[in-house]
Write a new protein. Structure first.
Length: 413
């Protein structure tokens, strides 16, 4: 199927008005009262049998496009920014745009913005393909920082305001270099680490609280088969990066040796340690004293707690969660003051699991009123609630399409 990119500039709509582009109307949200023919009372009854209470629920997108969730960010004042890709099909052709939804603390849709790749990079041509890997982080001033690849090897850092207007943009690689950054890792002090590649070599870029690069570190050419998995940072600027070597055997790819690489505040490598098994995600506790490493098991997901200064040493605590995890999903776990929250699936449905701060209590929630899920995120809120977001697949008048589910949950006593 051929792909094309809309040549229009970024467009946005706020509140409840729909966004129309090239004759395609994109309704900002479905009513949370009835979704896919399911009454709100049914969802409340289902939630009553679980350990969580649904305070509000939204399904974003409409039946005119396929939506794929990309990333989620929450601000200190409880606003939520959700980034997704929207694929519109016109007969034998299709276009894929970037969509940003902003939700208030009560789940009200504040603003919807949709723009195409050419509004970021005017040199993008239809044959360059669709934008991908949209990561977002809300900045203290209320603007959103985006890291995205508008075409192959062409990553950008973009700042947009609440309406989706592009305020600032620049390429993450210089000159003829090509890059691909698929991982944005929040760090203490509002800093961010970007993990990806520059000219096919693994690379790390550290951003300050305003989203500006403070250092860039490229790996050696012999590390081309290394995949950067996750990063956690400390208040003194240090950074642990988890990496794993990919191995090709008989036409199949598998995970090889895993390591931890420690960078100082200037991006210099302090040490490299081997890991006993590949780690799919790392999280640091709010005090920066312990690390949680996560890896899938046959029963679900295992979480192992170790000391920050000895991340390959003895396991201080282990927790097993009955939740399935897609290895391709980024940042679907967060360690916060109340404990650890993880998103995933249970029986193919969107699910959330929490472990208490002492890791001696585990609670789960399964959203059973929406179709099969993929690409999911969990985020804690300062008011004690949790956000669960996921790409869901459901029937529409136009056929089965994918949309984005966002729910606010509170644990029952």
């Amino acid at each position: 199927m051929a792909f094309s990119i809309w040549a229009s500039a970024a467009s946005a709509t706020c509140s409840t008005s729909a966004l129309a582009t090239h004759g395609v109307e994109i309704a900002p949200v479905f009513s949370s009262g009835r979704v896919q023919g399911q009454a709100a009372d049914d969802r409340v009854e289902e939630a009553a049998r679980q350990a969580f209470e649904v305070t509000w629920s939204k399904v974003l997108g409409d039946g005119n496009a396929w939506y794929r969730l990309q990333s989620v960010s929450c601000s200190d004042y409880e606003e939520t920014c959700i980034a997704a890709l929207a694929r519109h099909e016109f007969g034998d052709t299709a276009v894929t745009n970037i969509v940003l939804w902003r939700l208030s603390d009560s789940g009200k849709l504040v603003c919807t913005a949709e723009f195409d790749a050419s509004s970021i990079d005017p040199t993008v041509k239809p044959e360059d393909g669709a934008p991908a890997n949209v990561e977002t982080e809300l900045l203290p001033d209320g603007n959103a920082l985006l890291v995205l690849s508008v075409s192959a090897g062409n990553p950008w850092r973009v700042v947009v305001d609440a309406s989706g207007k592009v305020l600032e943009k620049r390429k993450l690689v210089a000159g003829k270099e090509q890059g691909d950054f698929r991982r944005m890792c929040p760090l203490p002090g509002g800093r961010t680490a970007l993990l990806g590649r520059i000219d096919r070599v693994p690379a790390v870029i550290a951003l300050d609280g305003s989203g500006h690069a403070t250092w860039t570190q490229k790996y050696a050419p012999g590390d081309r088969d290394v995949v950067l998995v996750d990063a956690v940072g400390s208040t003194n600027g240090e950074l642990w990066v988890a990496e794993v070597r990919s191995v090709a055997e008989g036409g199949q790819w598998s995970l090889g040796d895993a390591r931890l690489r420690r960078f100082d505040a200037k991006g210099l490598v302090m040490e490299v340690r081997p890991l006993p098994k590949p780690v799919m995600q790392f999280e640091a506790d709010p005090l920066g004293e312990r690390l949680a490493s996560m890896h899938p098991t046959e029963a679900g997901l295992a979480i192992e707690i170790r000391s920050w200064n000895d991340p390959t040493g003895p396991v201080l605590k282990r927790v097993d969660l009955p939740i399935a995890w897609d290895l391709g999903v980024n940042s679907n776990a967060v360690w916060h003051t109340r404990g650890l929250v993880v998103a995933g699936t249970i029986d193919g449905m969107p699910a959330l699991a929490t472990a208490s701060a002492s890791f001696d209590s585990v609670r789960t929630y399964t959203e059973r009123t929406h179709g099969p899920a993929s690409v999911y995120f969990a985020r804690p809120r300062r008011d004690g609630a949790y956000l669960l977001t996921a790409t869901i697949y459901a029937p529409t008048p136009e056929g089965h399409r994918s949309r984005v589910l966002c729910e606010a949950l509170k644990e029952r006593p």
